[in-house]
Design a binder for this molecule. Structure first.
Ligand code: WTA
Length: 693
């Protein structure tokens, strides 16, 4: 195969010309092209989208009006007059003139037909605890009551920001929908992030209210979560953002499980305050389509996380359309996405997408292998889940811990999704054969926090599946691969390059919260040739991923080309890791690089040098580095290796050669090191890395 040959050569020529760097796509493994697999006749017969004419409807000549089809899946208080306003590129405005409410679309509008249907089923991690089934009627009541509390007790109004630091509990979607009802912009910080990381995000978004919970279960432990709120509030205060109210849900209402004390006048138990609001109703506000719905922070090339700002009308239309056509969600389906709502996948495909289509969305609190490798399949069997959605990391973990477990349970999946990382063909095949029992169709969906919804994937009833490849651009998405110099890589040539999207789409973020310049620079400057142009054709969206397109039009994603490492589907900035290391007193220099990991796909490895006088303290400093990273970012960022090295390999101009540091533990060719200022250090580092295993 053409695309398999000379992988290093391809990468060198087309991806990341800065050869001091090391990116995920540079360490990507190029597996061989796989044969196509057809979806089952049974699946096709019931699919929401089995009409090949869809590609005709969404062809470029019909852009942007084709996206009316998605917006028409929503209920509008006022219909829009302009589908796409391109007056101020690349700040696209979708469905302008239109008014709607996301909470109304996900809850109220379903009551007439589905009020007694389960909207959410919460599965607690302790298996002896009962499930919590929240019908659409019950969700309506809870959302209204919490919305009233936010308005009258927390004194929040349209356009204010609110930060949630919540794990996988039903109070999280309730909090999201309650905010959306009033146009309060929510910013959920993944529950596994540290208090410090949460504080940074509170400050950036300018939230004066934090919503948290006392504790939650994970891996059999009741985690004390409220302690993080105290750290977060302190951090935000130091960054100039006071938090005047901390609203605390309790995992077991009435019973406080955290060790941290409640600060008088600042901290309030929601189960107590809400007593004043029981039975209250709040009219969902008709809001402009382009008003922000939420902010979701993600990592980028600098140490500062960026807040992807998503709109109400565009975002909700795009998740409705893709949930219907790609996830194949019907109201009668029981849909389970194992992602965390703290990430974009959970926002789009646990909360907003499934609920806007009146599905039953399952939420699971804990880890899928607790208390044993059969747990996930027991949940599927008991709840009769028929659509399943997860990431390669979880699939690898489930396969490793219980390769034959799925066979022991009688569940039937019609559809399965994989998202977040490249999936190796043999992992894909286990998913297909063992988990999906050769009946479920699989979609490998490629997209990002910034994108709102899927960009590349097969349409499950229309396209054949190809293990290891995401698939073509979805309807209305026109991908293109560029080389470093802005030249188009020939379509279907199998050559690696930088994947971009030629056109705007309704789910694209509106801007980076508070930093429009960074938005333009990060996603558009690289390939825009005319800054004055108001034609969307001049503004391709630069995704930051390496990819190649095979002759059949399917895209294979290789991984990030920038300073981001995708660890178990979680995005981490190498600069964030490095700046955490540099807060350790003894550390002089730090470099973080991606290394291959059997389960997580990629993991961070950190190299550090010590300041003079600390020789012999390697062990101690290593521990300090690990605990500092956990404290500053969270446990998810824990490095797989910490190497204390005598010196960093550097160019003559003093830049650390991360490319070399990454090649060593990944057992790749180190390449030319003759241009290094200190080539002799490479051998020493190699020995050190070997010793560490
Ligand atoms: C990677 C997650 C290969 C990619 C929805 C992207 C993937 C980053 C896939 C975004 C896939 C996502 N195949 N790689 N199907 N899906 N990625 O923002 O590198 O958490 O840039 O959004 O995950 O991660 P994020």
């Amino acid at each position: 195969m053409d695309d398999m040959r000379n992988k290093n050569e391809n990468n060198k020529n087309t991806i990341n010309s800065d050869d001091t760097a090391a990116s995920e796509s540079q360490i990507a493994v190029h597996w061989k092209e796989e044969a196509f697999i057809s979806p089952s006749v049974k699946f096709i017969a019931q699919a929401n989208m089995a009409d090949p004419n869809i590609r005709e409807r969404f062809k470029v000549e019909n852009f942007p009006e084709c996206f009316r089809e998605y917006a028409d899946m929503l209920t509008w208080d006022k219909y829009w007059h302009t589908t796409l306003d391109t007056n101020n590129p690349p700040f696209w405005r979708w469905f302008t003139g239109g008014k709607l409410n996301a909470s109304y679309n996900c809850v109220d509008r379903h009551l007439a037909k589905y009020k007694n249907k389960a909207a959410l089923i919460f599965v607690p991690e302790p298996e002896e605890e009962s499930h919590i089934v929240i019908t659409y009627q019950e969700l309506y009541a809870r959302v209204n009551e919490f919305s009233a509390l936010l308005q009258d007790f927390a004194e929040l109004k349209t356009g204010d920001r609110i930060t949630f630091h919540l794990p996988m509990v039903p109070e999280l979607p309730v909090s999201m929908l309650a905010s959306a009802r009033l146009g309060i912009i929510h910013s959920e910080v993944y529950g596994g992030f540290s208090g410090q990381a949460c504080g940074d995000r509170i400050a950036d978004s300018g939230s004066r209210v934090l919503v948290t919970i006392d504790g939650y279960y994970r891996s059999g432990n009741l985690i004390d979560h409220k302690v993080n709120a105290d750290i977060a509030v302190e951090r935000a205060k130091n960054l100039g953002q006071p938090v005047d109210k901390v609203l605390v849900w309790r995992r077991h209402p009435g019973k406080y499980v955290s060790k941290s004390s409640m600060v008088k006048g600042r901290d309030f138990f929601i189960d107590e305050v809400i007593k004043d609001f029981l039975g209250k109703r709040i009219e969902p506000l008709p809001l402009p389509a382009e008003a922000p719905l939420f902010i979701m922070y993600t990592s980028g090339t600098t140490g500062k996380p960026k807040g992807a700002q998503h709109s109400i009308g565009g975002y909700l239309s795009y998740v409705a359309g893709t949930s219907k056509y790609v996830q194949d969600i019907h109201p009668e389906d029981v849909y389970w996405c194992m992602a965390d709502i703290g990430w974009i996948t959970g926002h789009s495909y646990i909360v907003y997408g499934p609920l806007v289509l009146a599905a039953t969305s399952v939420m699971y609190e804990g880890i899928p292998t607790y208390p044993d490798a059969g747990r996930a399949w027991r949940i599927a069997e008991r709840l009769n889940v028929n659509i399943f959605h997860t990431a390669p990391t979880s699939i690898r973990m489930l396969r490793k811990t219980g390769p034959d477990e799925p066979k022991k349970y009688s569940y039937y999946f019609k559809h399965m999704t994989t998202v977040g990382e490249p999936i190796e063909p043999d992992v894909w095949k286990w998913y297909y054969e063992i988990v999906g029992k050769k009946e479920a169709v699989i979609v490998d969906t490629w997209w990002q926090t910034e994108n709102g919804g899927f960009l590349c994937s097969t349409i499950p009833a229309l396209d054949l599946m190809k293990p290891g490849s995401a698939g073509p651009g979805l309807p209305g998405i026109y991908p293109v691969i560029y080389d470093e110099n802005g030249g188009e890589v020939k379509a279907g040539s199998g050559k690696a390059g930088n994947i971009c999207i030629r056109n705007p789409w309704p789910g694209i973020m509106q801007t980076i919260w508070g930093d429009p310049e960074r938005f333009v620079n990060t996603y558009y400057s690289k390939y825009n040739k005319n800054k004055a142009s108001k034609d969307w054709r001049d503004w391709p969206y630069f995704a930051g991923d390496g990819a190649m397109e095979a002759s059949d039009g399917y895209y294979r994603i290789l991984g990030r080309i920038d300073d981001v490492i995708n660890v178990a589907g979680h995005r981490l900035g190498t600069k964030e890791l490095e700046s955490a290391c540099l807060t350790v007193l003894e550390v002089a220099e730090a470099a973080a690089v991606p290394v291959m990991d059997e389960t997580k796909g990629r993991a961070p490895a950190v190299y550090i040098t010590l300041k003079p006088g600390f020789e012999g303290k390697e062990q101690e400093v290593t521990q300090k580095v690990i605990s500092t990273i956990e404290k500053e970012i969270g446990k998810i960022a824990r490095p797989k290796y910490v190497y204390v090295v005598p010196d960093m390999p550097k160019t003559r101009s003093g830049k650390i050669m991360r490319r070399v540091l990454s090649a060593i533990p990944n057992k790749l060719d180190i390449g030319d090191i003759t241009t290094l200022a200190n080539p002799e250090v490479v051998e020493k580092i190699k020995l050190l890395v070997q010793e560490e295993g």
